[in-house]
Design a protein around this ligand. Structure first.
Ligand code: AMP
Length: 249
């Protein structure tokens, strides 16, 4: 069984994002970048399926500038077998990413495609769903448990108010939620080994995909500064402030 895992290069989740002075975008100058946390969970799940003997090959794919090879190498160090970078300097929107992934799916014919449920930079939560529609594959989104057996995947999904289990006939798309697993750290020998694993570079044109966007970012603004809290001396003072300052009672 072959697994394709989509990994995105994003701003590291520990970094406090800054907005560019002209409010055109988030400022990524000299900012630490990392593999999107939900994609790391997807890689971990693929590696566990390989360790169980369910999967035989894991291919990690990333769409982005040359620098995203760093995140592909991370996936290779965690246990993926080979990588594919689709090189573009543009920031393709979700539909373009889904079309590019669909072209890779057509070439690679994986049995299972694992994606994060969402990118922590754009918070779109739509690429997996779009890919499922384009490929005509069943989808299990927000997975907190995945069991693959006899040509099907049982996926437990985190939904409002509980858990739902769906059974998907392979090939299928699964997007990962936070509680699916706890990703391992890559060991130094595996980081070294990953440098020698194959990594193919393709362009959107080679895959026959036009990635021009129909979406324009109008403005990016940081959230409003929050005021510090205060301690009140008595219940009377609290009630007075809630009534006259916050005006909520
Ligand atoms: P999104 O729909 O942007 O929130 O992203 C959901 C998932 O789609 C991510 O966790 C990745 O698995 C995949 N994805 C989105 N953008 C890219 C990209 N540029 N390269 C590889 N995978 C991506």
């Amino acid at each position: 069984m072959k697994i394709l895992v989509a990994v995105k290069r994003v701003i590291d989740y520990n970094v406090k994002a800054r907005v560019k002075a002209d409010n055109s975008d988030v400022d990524l100058t000299n900012v630490k970048m990392a593999i999107n946390p939900f994609c790391e969970i997807a890689v971990e799940e693929a590696v566990r399926l390989k360790e169980k003997g369910v999967a035989s090959e894991i291919v990690a794919v990333s769409i982005g500038p040359k620098a995203c090879q760093e995140q592909i190498r991370t996936a290779l160090a965690l246990g993926a077998d080979r990588g594919i970078q689709i090189e573009t300097e543009a920031s393709p929107n979700s539909l373009s990413v889904a079309k590019l992934l669909k072209a890779v799916v057509d070439e690679e014919k994986p049995d299972l495609v694992l994606l994060g449920k969402q990118s922590i930079d754009s918070d779109n939560n739509q690429t997996g769903q779009m890919l499922a529609a384009l490929a005509g594959y069943p989808q299990g989104t927000f997975a907190s448990e995945v069991n693959v057996e006899d040509g099907s995947a049982k996926v437990t999904r985190e939904i409002d108010g509980g858990l739902q289990t769906v059974e998907l006939k392979l090939p299928a798309i699964v997007t990962t939620d936070l509680r699916l697993n706890e990703p391992r750290y890559a060991s130094l020998p595996n980081i070294m080994k990953a440098k020698r694993k194959p990594l193919a570079v393709k362009t959107p044109a080679e895959l026959g995909v036009e990635i021009s966007s129909t979406l324009t970012t109008v403005k990016v603004e940081p959230p409003a500064e929050r005021q510090g809290g205060i301690k009140v001396g008595s219940v009377e003072e609290l009630v007075e402030k809630l009534k006259n300052e916050a005006k909520v009672i």
